[in-house]
Ligand binder design. Sequence first.
Ligand code: NAD
Length: 510
Amino acid sequence: MEATVAVGERALVFIGFMGAGKTTAARAAASALGARAVDSDQLVEQRVGTRIEDYFATHGEAAFRAVEEEVVCELLARPPGPVISLGGGAAGSERVRAALARHTVVLLDIDPALAWQRAGGRRPLAQDRSAFDALHAERRPLYDRIADVVLTDSSRDVVRRAVPAIAALPAGTRMLWARSASGEYPVYVGHGVLGAAPRPRGGRPYVVTDDTVGGLYAGAVGDAAATIAIPPGEAAKTWEQAGRVLRALAAAGMEHDDHVVALGGGVVGDLAGFCAASYQRGVPVVQLPTTLVAQVDSAYGGKTGVDLPEGKNYAGAYHQPAAVLADPAVLATLPPAELAAGWAEVIKTALIAGGPLWERVRDPRADVDADLVLACARTKLAVVAKDERDQGRRQVLNLGHTVGHAIETATGYARYRHGEAVALGLLAALTLSGQPVLRAEVAALLGAHGLPVTLGPAVDHAAVLAALQGDKKRRGGRVGFVLVEAPGDIRIGRAVDPDDVARALGDLGA
Ligand SMILES: NC(=O)c1ccc[n+]([C@@H]2O[C@H](COP(=O)([O-])OP(=O)(O)OC[C@H]3O[C@@H](n4cnc5c(N)ncnc54)[C@H](O)[C@@H]3O)[C@@H](O)[C@H]2O)c1
């Protein structure tokens, strides 16, 4: 990435809960920028002339917060350097939040268990575990609201690698730093990001798109060495089209240092990603997702591939993107049925996340914006970070997909959009989970977004059940199901009686 440096007026300000590693991260960022980091807690200690713990004990929290607010507001008004770390509670002040708007705010996200491991018993507000967890739950939405950038790791090396991408962040854009076993990459979300965010340095971009999206947005991507289009839709996610694209890349002279730019929905993302994984044994791919499905789900996590007549996504490879640029503005041209299809993945993701995302999404009037895209991306990336290769936890992301994929395969990838099949698959999964109340709520929600909640009469249930047996996640002759205990509590690898699956399909009858 371009290593432009955000010095001058706009500082990088690290925020986060106790134990998140703000001081370490700020030091690493500062050293990457050739500067020194400033720590607000140290300045507060200088101002009160004693340690924070002692000031807390003698004067109480309110007095401490008042001093902290003064010190931090002065610091943010005239930052002495490009990197600052703030005390965990400082962002609780409205004045501080207003002052932060002029800077790039980097949230170090940490889960409460790890935070307690690091800070428990060692800070004034980390004496009692349940109060600590409650404080974490209270502050998290506040942090999320003001963060321009989210990092989930404060270690020196990770921060140093992320700093160039953070420093090059276009105004009004938000960023996640995605991590998994085989790679790290920036995810940029924001209006206008399609043509504005930095992409891998060096090499030439080879745009792979479909005929519809290419006509609309290829111009916004900038100069491409070549633009190769496939026909739009799932029917083009084939081995034959992948071969055609690979040969077109070769004919256009693509070399190993060049990169593929996947401009389109999940079909283009999966197919172009697969071509990038295999072209000369692997070139980088930058994902520019243009559908809701792709912006909330398929562009992240590195699963690429094509369908075979024998099964959905039967040929593919793991190939993490070099960057993802999600611009919600492009969703304005998406046909309503495609937007609806994306809601199936949004609802699936919210069921997996539970908590604030589920509370937002369960409201049928919920709308798509950059926050929603970001929240879904974060949910998926948190899962992928722990299990890139689907060995365990990543299987939660297949919620609704076991039956959904079987419906797609049994209907020749032509009758239902992927998202529509997932909507039906979600309902089958909720039936199998023994969750009639949640199923009714989700059915109403899917219906409100224009998604099907019944299987068309022409769909052959026996063919769907047969396709289920070909699910590529079958192990030892058994297909493990992903079931829902409650929003935020998803169980994987569950054995389900074939008769129950047949009944769940029956429940989808018109
Ligand atoms: N890799 C993963 O982790 C993952 C996850 C979920 C889904 N997927 C895959 O994603 C695919 C479905 O993706 P999809 O729903 O995005 O379908 P899609 O890529 O076929 O796009 C849907 C339609 O919308 C059009 N379109 C795209 N962007 C547009 C825009 N901004 N304006 C106007 N038209 C636009 C396309 O031309 C196409 O006709 C499936 O093959 C599925 O398997 C992959």
